[in-house]
Design a protein around this ligand. Structure first.
Ligand code: ADP
Ligand code: MG
Length: 709
């Protein structure tokens, strides 16, 4: 509020927070930052307009100014290229008429007389304040068609000249900015200057919620900002600080656990949780807390936490929400270091629940207790047999330990994916349901997984980021450690959540901010649910490709052309083999193809030894960074021999080898078992194979871009 007053006081208006500045008000503000605003003055009468027009010089532009009219041309109050006083006067009348037609109660502040800027390239410069990541700068192709063209790029502010250069390169219309077909491009210095001035503007006026400079017209030597739209924020954001994570060890590797709400009835959540802890082989001390039972599954039960005669590191709380505050008080009294709250009925249910959540958080703070949840499904750590979780995924007999560290904000989705992944043989180092993130967040567990030697890839199922500062720090550390962070994020279509009044807000929705933020942080965004497991598995075993030149080997001309199509869609190259094509010719029939994509034909599949020679040769070709093998319908025992060869080649080389197999698994059970034993994923469709390779290449490009070798 205070800032809004400052901003508005300078303009001599009485705008309250949450309002929008009319073009002339915004322009007055921007002039202070030496931004190249087209010359203009507001007129209160037709006579005054004529006078100003003479001072500026014809042709001129007239625009009706009213706080009720946000999009002026839509309301018919913009008249351009007025060449003389006659044209001006009739345009003036029309503007007033249209303004009132548009909104009969419109309060017309005046008519802006503006210099007419000759034709040039029109760009948009925009700012939007993201609720999570703060001010974002948007640069895009501008003019009245911005929403249709939607060619823009975005970066968190403040931006550097390098950032701006990168942003321009990301635009589809970059060629136009650079100049094309003998047409001179834009003097980029003008663009840099505008962006740096906008940095200053935002630093001094953080209350700006959205800003559009659209269009900014670039002529041969100059830039002219021809329209300014500024929205001012209503809310004040709170500072988010990092917390003390020293007790995370007790959360993830507890020496002693009390389960408050451990039930003898295994149909109840509290019964299932306790069963999973016990039956999956927890080795530490375990205390069921249940006032109605003497023992649970052979463990002596206690009526309350306070009666446990031993130290308790982790409290697993699975009682009705209304009892959680009392239990938390007991945790404080007992000196518990960490608590997982499984109970639902907190912030996820509305205002009442939110209050209850704040209450338990305050108690936790008092006792310096770290809290996971509420509404969490818990943590599963297959490598050390600690399962403090109650998801139905744990019903499976096959809980595969491994190297995927998985953090899920959605318990249901995370649990479903875990069960599916295990079924496919994917192994996990840890699986964590962060749920409401009242205290511990995704970023905190990313830190845990970065430290964890068994975790080779960090996969996140995300709905949103709670603490952007912590997320940026965690991502930066993961990048340094070369631990890929893969994020699947929901809510792509969230643009409609709030009313959007600016072009910037409309082309760059909240989800787009996430995409650009992930890019900045070197996080790999996963686009499809079915890619989550595929790609995570790949990163646990595959070396990174040095580039995007892919060698393709198949046993069918059809498969070759499908893989070639898919690679080209993704921008992966299938270059000629420089060294090895002649050698390959020796092994394959003349009707096959010894050039990339290599078609060994079904004949060579019948002679699996030959297949090995071909793959080895492609693998060693200096023109190749990674290999895709797409098998069709080979059956055991040939399939088994091929599997042996591929695994051997894979182990001996440091280029990725991504394998696909379209034919049914049940005609090659021996081969499939071997792949599974060696943890080398085999993907059933060409689409999945190519997309996995594409993600490997993308991550390797991220490392290159960030200068990490
Ligand atoms: P709004 O975006 O509110 O509809 P603008 O002020 O951006 O209104 O005007 C609409 C269009 O008119 C602009 O996109 C631009 O093409 C053109 N225009 C506006 N001001 C000028 C100017 N001073 N010189 C030349 N063209 C202009
Ligand atoms: Mg405009």
């Amino acid at each position: 509020m205070a800032e809004n007053k400052t901003l508005c006081a300078g303009l001599g208006t009485d705008i309250q927070s949450g309002a929008f500045l009319m073009e002339h008000e915004g322009a007055d503000l921007l002039r202070k930052y030496e931004l190249p605003i087209a010359r203009s003055t507001i007129a209160k009468s037709k006579e005054q307009a004529c006078q100003i027009a003479t001072e500026i010089g014809y042709p001129i532009v007239l625009k009706g100014m009213s706080r009720e009219i946000i999009h002026k041309s839509d309301a018919g109050v913009v008249k351009v290229n007025l060449k003389n006083e006659d044209e001006l006067t009739s345009a003036y009348d029309e503007i007033v008429k249209n303004a009132l037609k548009n909104n009969p109660g419109a309060d017309i502040a005046g008519v802006l007389v503006q210099e007419f800027v000759p034709k040039g390239m029109e760009l948009i410069f925009g700012i939007k304040k993201d609720p999570t990541f703060g001010h974002q700068l948007v640069i895009g192709l501008g003019g009245i068609f911005v929403e249709i063209i939607k060619d823009f790029s975005m970066r968190m502010m403040p931006v550097s000249v390098d950032d701006v250069e990168e942003m321009l390169k990301e635009l589809k219309s970059y060629q136009m900015i650079e100049g094309y077909r003998g047409k001179k491009g834009i003097n980029k210095q003008l663009i840099y200057t505008i962006c740096l001035s906008l940095n200053d503007l935002i630093e001094e006026h953080p209350e700006i919620e959205e800003l559009d400079l659209n269009p900014v017209i670039f002529t041969d030597n100059d830039a002219y900002i021809c329209d300014v739209r500024i929205l001012i924020t209503k809310h004040k954001e709170k500072e988010l600080v990092r917390k003390d994570l020293s007790h995370l060890k007790q959360m993830i590797n507890p020496q002693s656990i009390a389960v408050i709400g451990a039930s003898t009835n295994e149909k109840k959540n509290g019964g299932r949780l306790f069963k999973y802890v016990v039956e999956n082989g927890y080795k530490g001390k375990l205390f069921p807390i249940n006032p109605g039972a003497k023992e649970v599954k052979g463990y002596k039960a206690y009526p309350s936490l306070l009666e446990v005669p031993d130290e308790v590191e982790l409290a697993c709380i699975i009682v009705a929400a209304k009892h959680v505050p009392d239990v938390m008080e007991e945790c404080v009294a007992k000196g518990v270091k960490a608590a997982i709250i499984y109970s639902s009925g907190f912030a996820e249910t509305g205002e009442e629940g939110k209050k209850l959540q704040e209450q338990i958080l305050a108690i936790a703070k008092k006792g310096n207790i770290l809290v996971l949840g509420p509404n969490s499904i818990g943590i599963a750590s297959p490598n050390n047999n600690i399962y403090t979780a109650f998801g139905a995924a744990l019903e499976t007999k096959v809980k595969v330990p491994g190297n995927i560290g998985f953090v899920s904000q959605s318990g249901a989705m995370g649990s479903a994916l875990l069960s599916r992944a295990w079924e496919q043989g994917a192994g996990f180092s840890r699986w964590i349901s962060v749920a409401n993130e009242a205290d511990l967040t995704t970023s905190d567990f990313m830190e845990v997984l970065i430290e964890d030697e068994l975790t080779k890839v960090i996969t996140v199922f995300m709905e949103g980021i709670k603490n952007p500062k912590a997320f940026s720090l965690a991502s930066a550390r993961a990048l340094k450690a070369k631990k890929p962070v893969l994020v699947y994020k929901t809510g792509r279509s969230s643009i409609g959540k709030r009313a959007v009044q600016s072009h910037t807000g409309s082309i760059a929705g909240d989800d787009a901010v996430y995409s650009f933020v992930f890019k900045k942080f070197g996080v790999l965004r996963i686009n499809r649910i079915d890619e989550i497991i595929d790609v995570s598995r790949a990163f646990t075993v595959q070396p990174l490709p040095k580039g995007k030149r892919i060698g393709v080997i198949t046993a069918s001309g059809g498969a070759c052309s499908i893989i070639a199509d898919l690679c080209s869609e993704k921008g992966l190259e299938i270059p000629e083999l420089v060294d090895t094509s002649e050698e390959i010719k020796k092994y394959i029939p003349p009707f096959g193809s010894a050039q990339n994509p290599v078609d060994v034909t079904a004949e060579v599949i019948a002679v699996p030894e030959m297949f090995k020679k071909v793959v080895e040769n492609v693998m060693k070709d200096p023109n190749i960074d990674g290999i895709i093998v797409m098998l069709t319908t080979n059956a055991d025992p040939g399939a088994f021999i091929i599997a042996q060869s591929l695994i051997e080649i894979f182990k001996e080389n440091d280029k990725p080898l991504v394998i696909g197999r379209l034919g049914a698994d049940n005609i090659a059970p021996q081969a499939m078992e071997l792949y599974n034993k060696e943890k080398l994923p085999v993907y059933p469709t060409p689409e999945r194979v190519v997309s996995v390779m594409d993600y490997l290449v993308k991550y390797s490009e991220i490392l290159k871009e960030k200068g990490i070798t």
